[in-house]
Design a protein around this ligand. Structure first.
Ligand SMILES: [Zn+2]
Length: 60
């Protein structure tokens, strides 16, 4: 599983999104826009798009 994560612009900490992918290829191919995640770190909403999202592989 690939978990899509962003970095909180206020705290610099990784924030998990609810977006997941089966493979890294699927993650690389996706176009994300107008997705917002509620940040666990600062409580604000952050934009999730291709410029902010990072792939964090995890065991299934
Ligand atoms: Zn935040």
């Amino acid at each position: 599983m690939i978990n899509a994560m962003i970095t909180c612009p206020k705290t610099g900490k990784p924030v998990p999104t609810s977006i997941r992918f089966g493979t890294l290829a699927a993650f690389d191919a996706v176009i994300l826009e107008n997705n917002v995640v509620r940040c666990n770190e600062c409580g604000e909403n952050h934009l999730v798009d291709n410029t902010t999202v990072k792939a964090f592989p995890s065991e299934p």
